[in-house]
Every structure is written in structure tokens, then in C-alpha cells.
Design a protein around this ligand. Structure first.
Ligand code: GUN
Length: 295
């Protein structure tokens, strides 16, 4: 039995087509052009490629996009000053600071300095708090992408046993929270597993929906899941380079063995990754609307 492949590439493309129409209409009817700035500190190759992909997608959709690349030695003070400048810039509706930041910079301090109304990553405590309360806010991009993938693939989450592996602030904690909210795409019974979980297999084997965001290549294997599970693999692990010199990627899930038992599964690459970027665009458009008083 072959699992259905949930394609993030296809789903993201469909959402981007919807967004493009919305952006064209915003420009034509309201003279509003959504604006995004991405800020990268240092020269980490993975971060460079993520930021480049975000800017490329923004351009393709007609979003005004600025990219700031700063040397690894940039001080916290300089970065805070830059954030302040973009907080006050009316052309910019979304500010994204690529993580991780160099160790000498206090990540929380910088993220908290972003105007919550421009926090299209959804990392500011105001947005995190609103998300927990089920209020309208910017949802963090990867968890939001997971939710959209499940909903558009027609996966029933209400009453489902959802098991999340990984408790990061960027994925594990927020995705667990979104899945239990009382609204479409939520209403699940959620278990959050992490490095101190005593019997991981006990949990993975009873999952109806398994969301893996542990950052460990091929960690979940076919004998750890039940027949008919829906698997969302958030892992992006660089496990070498291809012959053409590109990064070779593996998910947190051993695709071949898990696919044999799953009802549906996301691939890596081409699963959650394209959704994350698309949700950033969606949040930027939402922010532009809010700033223009159009919501
Ligand atoms: N680094 C890894 N994932 C993310 C993300 O979703 N947003 C930002 N800003 N940095 C990241």
C-alpha cells in the first residue's frame, strides 16, 4: 500500500496563486503594496539560502522586498537600531530576522523589539500569547504551514490523536497549541514529546497524526508508527552534498519505511519547507491589509 504524498510544493503553489490575485487587487484598488524586510546576520549557508528563497518568492508575488545582510560581528545595539528603523518605515509591513542569530546577540531582546503589528514570523510574545488565547494574530509560519497542509489535504483533526515530537519555540510548542485550538484544523487531542520523553514509541505508535520536528535525520522509522497514520515531517537535515554540489536533505522521518504504513506523508524536500515561505507571504499581505485599515 502506497501512502498518499502530501505535496507542500503543490499546496504552496495553489496558495501563492491565491495570494498573487489578492496582491494585484490590493495594488489596483487600494494602491497598497505589501512590504517585507528580511535581516540576516552572518554568513551561515543554510540561513543564506532560506533568506534568498523568501526574497525570491516575495518578488515573484509582487511584494516589495528588502534584504539586509549584516556581518557576523554586528552588535546587538546596531541590530536593535535597524529594527527600530523598519518599525517606523511605512513601506514595510513585515520584519523577519533570520534565526539563529550570532551568540553575542540576545535573540529574545531583538525579537521583542519588533513591532508586534509587523511581526510576520509570529515570534513576539504578544503574538505568541494571542495565538494561545485563540485570538486573531500572526501565526508562526511553519506551524501555520503544517495546519494548512493538513486542512487542504482533507485530514480530519477533530478528536484525532496528534503526537508532536520536538518542543522548539518555532515549531513544536506552537504547532501543538494550534492543533488543540477550538476551530477548524484544531480540536485534536495533543501529546508533545521531547528528548526527556520516557517511552517515545508508546506515543508514536498510537498517533493518528504524527508531526515530527526534532531535527534528527531519519529518527522515526516504519516500526514506530501505526498503519494508516498521517505523517508531517518538519525536519530539514543536511546530510551531505549531491554530485552537483547542492545540499542533500533528509527529513526526521525515514521516508521509505514509514510510507509503507502511512495513509499520507509529506516528503523532504517538497513538504513543509515551501509552506513555511508561503505562510510568511500570507502574513505579510495580512499585515499590509491591517496597516491600510482594510480588515
Ligand atoms: N530559522 C529557522 N526557521 C525560521 C523561521 O521560521 N523564521 C526565522 N526568522 N528564522 C528561522
Amino acid at each position: 500500500m502506497g501512502a498518499k504524498i502530501i505535496s507542500g510544493t503543490e499546496t504552496a503553489k495553489a496558495i501563492r496563486e491565491e495570494l498573487k490575485l489578492e496582491i494585484d487587487e490590493l495594488r489596483a484598488k487600494h494602491n497598497v503594496v505589501p512590504g517585507l524586510v528580511t535581516i540576516l546576520v552572518g554568513d551561515d549557508p543554510a540561513s543564506q539560502s532560506y533568506v534568498a528563497a523568501k526574497n525570491k518568492t516575495a518578488h515573484a508575488l509582487g511584494i516589495h522586498s528588502e534584504q539586509v545582510t549584516l556581518p557576523a560581528g554586528t552588535s546587538e545595539e546596531e541590530l536593535l537600531e535597524l529594527v527600530g528603523k523598519f518599525n517606523d518605515d511605512p513601506k514595510i509591513h513585515g520584519i523577519l530576522i533570520q534565526l539563529p542569530l550570532p551568540r553575542h546577540i540576545n535573540e529574545a531582546k531583538v525579537l521583542y523589539a519588533i513591532d508586534p503589528d509587523k511581526d510576520v514570523d509570529g515570534f513576539h510574545p504578544v503574538n505568541v500569547g494571542k495565538m494561545m488565547l485563540g485570538e486573531q494574530c500572526f501565526l508562526p509560519c511553519t506551524p501555520h504551514g503544517v495546519l494548512e497542509l493538513l486542512m487542504r489535504a482533507g485530514v480530519e483533526t477533530s478528536g484525532a490523536e496528534v503526537v508532536v515530537i520536538g518542543r522548539s519555540n518555532i515549531v513544536g510548542k506552537p504547532v501543538a497549541n494550534l492543533m488543540l485550538q477550538k476551530r477548524p484544523g484544531g480540536n485534536a487531542t495533543v501529546t508533545l514529546c521531547h528528548t526527556r520523553t520516557k517511552d517515545m514509541d508508546f506515543h508514536t505508535k498510537r498517533a493518528d497524526i504524527l508531526i515530527v520536528a526534532a531535527g534528527v535525520a531519519n529518527m522515526i522509522k516504519g516500526d514506530q508508527v501505526k498503519e494508516g497514520v498521517v505523517v508531517i515531517d518538519v525536519g530539514v537535515n543536511r546530510i551531505g552534498t549531491t554530485e552537483s554540489g547542492k545540499a542533500k536533505l533528509a527529513g526526521d522521518v525515514e521516508f521509505d519505511s514509514v510510507r509503507d504504513k502511512a495513509a499520507a506523508i509529506t516528503p523532504v524536500p517538497g513538504g513543509v519547507g515551501p509552506m513555511t515561505i508561503t505562510m510568511l507571504m500570507k502574513n505579510t499581505v495580512q499585515s499590509a491589509r491591517q496597516h491600510a485599515g482594510l480588515v
